[in-house]
Write a protein that binds this ligand. Structure first.
Ligand code: FAD
Length: 374
């Protein structure tokens, strides 16, 4: 057993753990990043990469606005492979009722100080000529970004290591102690604080965590540059993401600089298998046809599935575990972990440093869920 003691042990090198380790090291802490498999080997390498301001919940608007701003600051440092592009997001209405929803969303974004406006049918058609004619309009959020989530995770982990973080891959944690963790081979790693960032697998280490894997399928389309230029999703996406929905299929389409496109978004609570269900891909494709009738001209190159770490509400769980002050949670990022990772890292580091949080922490604290110190 090594007797070295770290300030912080971060468990999990997905995008949340990588961003948190990086931020802690930047502030001078000694950090070990413990990863069961490899950097970006689970959900963070299977996501779509829309860095957006989301309005599912008032707390989420504030968190994602703060988070997107941090990505803006980091943007100039990102290497080409992260494919960080300000495409802007269109949230498309499919009828008059959804257009009314767009108008009320304009108010939500305005109150949050986020630039957004409604576009009508003509403007929408000019922005995205391949969308079905007759769609009434959309919410336009020009500041939204897209990136390659796997490459972004690897970049954050590399920066963490450059700042002194000791990265240990193939190091599965099997137990969380008060001032240490125990690895699968029985070795102990000593640390004053432990950050749990193990994604959907976090309840294996802390069974009282109410986190379930929420499966999402993606289809990757072969290059057809210019076919769609913005991140486009249907307004109903937010309803589909509500935690209580057992299953949903909504339209979300994301252009990449390579000319390829990612198609989502499905949500299902069906266990932790990563097997692709062709029926779900078929339903995603059928939904996409309602918005992009010509999508049949594009070729699907690859399909896959990933597991969102879903909590009981629409916001992540951040902060000390009740009854275990040295154990900090950075979990339950569901469908916004790529967006919010830098914000989570910043907030966790502020907790460790005992500094006032950049945004109010209350909506994210574990206490709201009445967790037991298991
Ligand atoms: C289909 C899909 C599309 C998505 N699209 C978007 C999007 O457009 N925008 C957005 O913001 N978010 C999106 N998300 C959500 C985002 O991918 C997740 O919120 C985010 O990746 C969660 O990151 P994480 O670091 O918590 O988890 P993970 O990436 O799963 O990382 C957890 C890490 O912990 C490791 N680990 C687990 N157990 C242990 C252990 N015992 N010991 C050591 N290590 C351990 C795992 O190996 C893994 O590497 C999407 C997700 C899916 C599935």
């Amino acid at each position: 057993m090594s007797s070295k003691r770290f300030d912080v042990a971060v468990v999990g090198a997905g995008i949340i753990g990588a961003a948190t380790a990086r931020e802690l090291a930047q502030r001078g802490h000694s950090v070990v990043l413990l990863e069961a498999v490899d950097v970006a080997s689970d959900t963070s390498c299977r996501a779509m990469g829309h860095v957006g301001v989301y309005d599912d919940d008032p707390a989420q608007v504030g968190l994602t606005k703060f988070a997107r701003g941090l990505w803006d600051e980091l943007g100039p440092e990102l290497p080409a492979e992260v494919d960080f592009v300000r495409r802007g997001a269109l949230w498309i209405a499919s009828g008059d009722a959804e257009m009314a929803e767009v108008d009320s969303k304009v108010g939500v974004y305005a109150r949050a100080g986020v630039e957004a406006r409604a576009v009508d049918a003509d403007e929408l058609h000019r922005m995205e000529p391949n969308l079905r004619p007759g769609l009434p309009g959309a919410l336009w959020v020009p500041g939204d970004l897209v990136l390659d989530a796997a490459e972004a995770t690897k970049f954050l982990a590399r920066q963490a290591v450059d700042r002194g973080v000791e990265l240990r891959t193939k190091s599965r944690v099997r137990e969380l102690g008060g001032d240490h963790v125990v690895l699968a081979d029985g070795a102990r790693v000593l640390a004053d604080r432990i950050v749990l960032a193990a994604g959907w697998q976090s309840p294996r280490l802390l069974p009282s965590l109410p986190i379930r894997p929420r499966k999402g399928h993606i289809a990757l389309f072969a290059p057809r540059p210019g076919y769609v230029r913005h991140q486009v999703s249907e307004v109903g996406y937010v309803r589909g993401a509500e935690p209580g929905r057992s299953e949903s299929i909504t339209f979300s389409f994301q252009p990449r600089s390579s000319g390829r496109y990612l198609l989502g978004a499905s949500r299902q609570y069906v266990g932790d298998s990563l097997d692709v269900d062709p029926n779900v891909i078929g339903r995603l494709y059928a939904r996409a046809k309602e918005f992009l009738p010509g999508i049949g001209e594009l070729t699907i190159e690859r399909t896959w599935a990933g597991l969102r770490p879903a909590g009981p509400d629409a916001v992540p769980i951040l902060g000390p575990m009740p009854g275990r002050p040295n154990l900090l949670l950075a979990v339950a990022h569901e469908g916004i972990g790529i967006t919010t990772c830098l914000a989570t890292g910043r907030l966790l580091a502020e907790i460790v440093d005992g500094r006032p949080p950049s945004i109010p922490l209350e909506p994210f604290r574990p206490e709201r869920l009445g967790l037991n110190p298991s």
